[in-house]
Write a new protein. Structure first.
Lengths: 105, 492
């Protein structure tokens, strides 16, 4: 069973997984709050769930398929209209892997 | 200085008055815009206004170019519904300048029915909260007492209607975000059955729980708006093809042999305001006097509702909000970054407010290696048990009656220090979303004192029971006059 004692290192690890760059004071604050919230949420671990199926959706939904035909969709301009940075028909980001500086794009 | 009220402030009355040429849509829209201009500095309900566009839509109705069951009526929508026109911000810095490339299905349906959209309303950031205090822009005020919150997350939609700035509004409800602000603002608010209304174009928070629904002054207004927004949408695979009845047609037919369920688990809640309890008890007595049978039912897993909700909703949120990466749309950091991960992490830390970050952290923790079974799977098992409780209870009754919230509207700032205390306010509303059933809140009284605050009661019904649920609500409404009261508001 997991231990609901949360250390600041646990919080730091979760922030990394969540892609949130948090400063030390925020990490400290969240550590205490997550501790409290998880302590409350631990209630559900007292439930007797033997033989109980987990339910993802309250309605008996099934996957919905349609014919594989082309339908109208957004234009490239519409798709890019909110992008912070673009280059022609592309989203532009800083370089992802090592290389010379000029290849960043 | 005082400001005149709308000549017709309910949806149905306004719709009929425009149709019968007692008032033009332009006149009524101008009245709504004048009230917004005068009262918005006190209420802070709107993120964006559509004044010119609304007047053009109204003119088109008056000239007969736009028709439909909502023709000409000023309506406000929550700012997490995508619109091609203007911005869709979710009250987040992350989306402060976001311009959606498409309209939400419900927005298209409103406009096809002739509605005049006056603007988009404030919410807790990404609909996470119960007071609008988590908005990155402002805290909306409760028109009944502007030192208090309107509830949330759809607090802007509730306050705009309660302040007479529109005749109806749309919100979204993931754990009570329509019903709780309806209760705190003295309105009728309905969370439809999961799948009744298309979620296409509703910015996702927790996809298995989110549902769009109406706010109105009256049960009939909620019914009319539900008529317009319900139905299957090929663009939302979780919307269902179940036929949509005319919710207005049968509204005034009392339910014969009505059985109202009272769940003892809803009575044991600590922190219950005695005036709320008294108002709900009086409502139960009124149903009894109308011939209803009051039935004791049991929902034994209610006490696990909030715990299950605050696992499921943050887990889904952490996944849904992963899309905000500073690359495709939304805020991007201006700080120098070494690599793409740093770009993601800094953009997200700057763009998301604290509550959103907190929920992403809870969800990421609960879904991380070693904890998945202990939290997420457990919460989904609790969901099975909560749904089973309701199924069994609804074999014995037509609807379950309980308070919507343990207390009337609280003061701004009163609960912001402790996130868990804020979460615990959702005790009566979250299980409805977990089980996917229908829930409605309506006014059932006011507190005593110089500044009376509305009290709300909740009626919960089985999946796709909206027609009957609205009739049950209408029975109570027709025997009371709470929905005729209006807050007294003066401009600043």
């Amino acid at each position: 069973m997991p231990d609901s004692q949360i250390s600041i290192e646990d919080t730091r690890h979760v922030a990394t997984l969540a892609r949130l760059s948090l400063d030390e004071s925020k990490l400290q604050k969240f550590t205490g709050q997550l501790q409290n919230i998880l302590k409350y949420v631990d209630k559900i671990r007292q439930l007797d769930t033997a033989g109980v199926e987990p339910m993802a959706h309250a309605l008996p939904l099934q996957n919905v398929l349609r014919e594989d035909v082309v339908e109208p969709s957004l234009t490239v301009e519409e798709v890019l209209q909110n992008a912070p940075e673009t280059d022609g028909p592309f989203f532009k980001v800083p370089k992802i892997i090592g290389g010379d500086e000029d290849s960043a794009g | 200085m005082s400001i005149s009220s709308l000549a017709f402030d309910t949806l149905l009355a306004a719709r009929d008055a425009i149709r019968d040429r007692k008032i033009s849509s332009v006149e009524l829209t101008q009245q709504a815009l004048a009230r917004i201009e005068a009262l918005e500095p006190r209420i802070l309900a709107f993120n964006s206004l559509y004044a010119d566009r609304a007047l053009a839509q109204a003119k088109a109705v008056d000239e007969g170019e736009r028709t439909g069951s909502l023709a000409g009526v000023p309506i406000a929508i929550k700012d997490n519904l995508c619109t091609r026109y203007g911005t869709t911000t979710c009250s987040s810095k992350m989306l402060a300048n976001f311009r959606a490339p498409y309209d939400a299905t419900v927005v298209k349906m409103l406009e096809a029915a002739g509605a005049v959209i006056v603007g988009k309303t404030n919410l807790d950031e990404f609909a996470m909260g119960s007071s609008t205090e988590n908005s990155a822009f402002k805290t909306t005020r409760n028109p009944w007492d502007t030192s208090r919150v309107p509830g949330g997350s759809s607090g802007g939609s509730a306050a705009a209607l309660a302040a007479g700035m529109c005749c109806a509004s749309l919100g979204s409800d993931t754990g009570g975000s329509i019903r709780q602000p309806a209760a705190l603002c003295g309105l009728v608010g309905l969370k439809p059955t999961y799948g009744r209304v298309s979620r296409y174009g509703l910015v996702a928070f927790a996809s298995s729980l989110d549902q769009i629904g109406p706010f109105g002054w009256t049960v009939a207004d909620a019914a009319l708006l539900l008529n317009v927004i319900s139905g299957h949408d090929p663009k939302d695979s979780t919307s269902v093809p179940t036929a949509v009845p005319d919710y207005l047609a049968s509204l005034d037919q009392p339910v014969k042999g009505l059985r109202i369920g009272i769940a003892k688990e809803f009575e044991l809640t600590a922190g219950m305001d005695p005036q709320v309890k008294a108002a709900v008890d009086t409502a139960i007595a009124l149903y009894k006097s109308m011939g209803a049978t009051i039935v004791d039912v049991s929902l034994p897993h209610t006490e696990y509702g909030i715990a299950a909700y605050y696992v499921i909703a943050p887990c889904e949120a952490s996944s849904n909000l992963a899309r905000y990466d500073g690359v495709h749309f939304g805020h991007r950091t201006k700080e120098p970054v070494e690599n793409i991960i740093e770009l993601f992490s800094k953009s997200r830390a700057e763009g998301f407010g604290e509550e959103v970050q907190r929920r992403i952290m809870i969800g990421t923790y609960a879904l991380s290696s070693g904890y998945y079974d202990a939290y997420y799977v457990r919460a989904l098992q609790a969901k099975t048990l909560i749904k089973r409780d309701f199924d069994q209870a609804f074999e014995k009754c037509d609807a379950i009656l309980c308070p919507t919230t343990p207390t009337p509207a609280f003061k701004a700032g009163e609960k912001t220090g402790d996130p868990l205390q804020m979460y615990l306010c959702d005790v009566f509303t979250v299980t409805c979303n977990i089980a996917g059933i229908a829930g409605l809140s309506m006014p059932c009284g006011f507190t005593n004192g110089d500044q009376p605050l509305p009290i709300g009661m909740q009626l919960l019904g089985p999946t796709f029971s909206e027609e009957k649920l609205l009739r049950i609500a209408r029975m109570y409404e027709s025997a009371t006059d709470w929905n005729t009261r209006r807050p007294k508001l003066e401009p600043v």
